[in-house]
Design a protein around this ligand. Structure first.
Ligand code: URA
Length: 275
């Protein structure tokens, strides 16, 4: 390690990586190419002799598999189904212990804000520091930008805002699949209760989890998909867009998010027009 990398703030590195991942850059390339075919022709290197006495036996590393969230999801489904309205759903979320994020430093559960009968539901990734402090989603700098854009697009007061997870991930990291799965029944119940006509999915972590797709947000954004409920009974048109936090870091991308918002507003206000 050199002096510069010694002084790197791990949170800054994590945030930079999240930024590139959000932009769809999921591979790391070297400056100079490596001829792997030529490498393969060379004799394999002699194994380095191991100093047995110095090696502490290690427990086998378990293969990386999706976490078993079966019990948590079943619990969440039952609690969500029992909630007759949004207030009861919020209380059920706050009492739910099946999402690991609840025990990783979050101050409180953060559920929603906005019109409970809104025609548009906006689903972000997860609460940040400001949301954790205030108990409502999208109230920090990214949320303020979102509100300005909604107002300019004529959507002020016409949205219900929530997230894929209801507790702040430590250091604002991206929520894991297991955390999103544990929260999903509550999100589905919220969609069932609000009955929005359209969904707007803010950022890659939201779009991928809600639509169960693997592409990066730059390829998903601005296109219409059908969100389908877990039981297959309900479908709602859903559009992924760039996350407002991404727009704060990349102001040049705002025009694309703005175009997405206008496409959504057009469909909302003129449903008979072809897309
Ligand atoms: N980012 C999100 O995805 N959701 C919030 O609530 C705040 C910031």
């Amino acid at each position: 390690m050199n002096a510069a990398s010694d002084t790197l703030d791990p949170r800054a590195v994590e945030s930079l990586l999240a930024f590139w991942a959000d932009a769809g850059a999921d591979a790391v390339l070297l400056e100079t190419p490596i001829d792997r075919i030529a490498e393969g022709r060379r004799a394999p290197p002699k194994p380095t002799p191991t100093i047995r006495a110095a090696v502490t036996p290690q427990a086998p590393v378990p293969a990386r598999t999706a976490p078993d969230t079966t019990a948590a999801v079943a619990d969440a489904k039952r609690l969500a189904a029992e909630a007759p309205d949004l207030a009861a759903l919020e209380a059920a979320i706050a009492a739910f212990d099946g999402c690991a994020l609840k025990f990783e430093g979050a101050k409180r559960a953060v559920f929603s804000r906005g019109d409970p009968a809104a025609p548009v539901m906006i689903i972000g990734e997860g609460p940040g520091a400001e949301e954790d402090a205030q108990g409502a989603p999208f109230v920090g700098r990214a949320g303020q930008l979102l509100d300005r854009m909604l107002k300019a697009a004529g959507l002020e007061g016409r949205v219900f805002i929530t997230n894929t997870v209801f507790w702040r991930p430590p250091g604002n990291r991206t929520p894991t699949l297991g955390e999103q799965l544990a929260c999903q029944p509550f999100l589905e119940r919220a969609i069932e209760l609000v009955q929005p006509r359209l969904l707007l999915l803010a950022g890659g972590a939201s779009a991928k989890s809600i639509l169960k797709r693997e592409e990066g947000i730059l390829s998903l954004r601005g296109r219409w998909f059908d969100w389908t409920s877990d039981d297959g009974a309900r479908q709602i048109p859903a559009m992924p867009t760039l996350h407002p936090a991404f727009l704060l870091r990349q102001p040049g991308a705002k025009k694309r998010a703005w175009a997405d918002l206008l496409t959504l507003t057009e469909r909302l206000d003129r449903p008979d027009r072809p897309d």
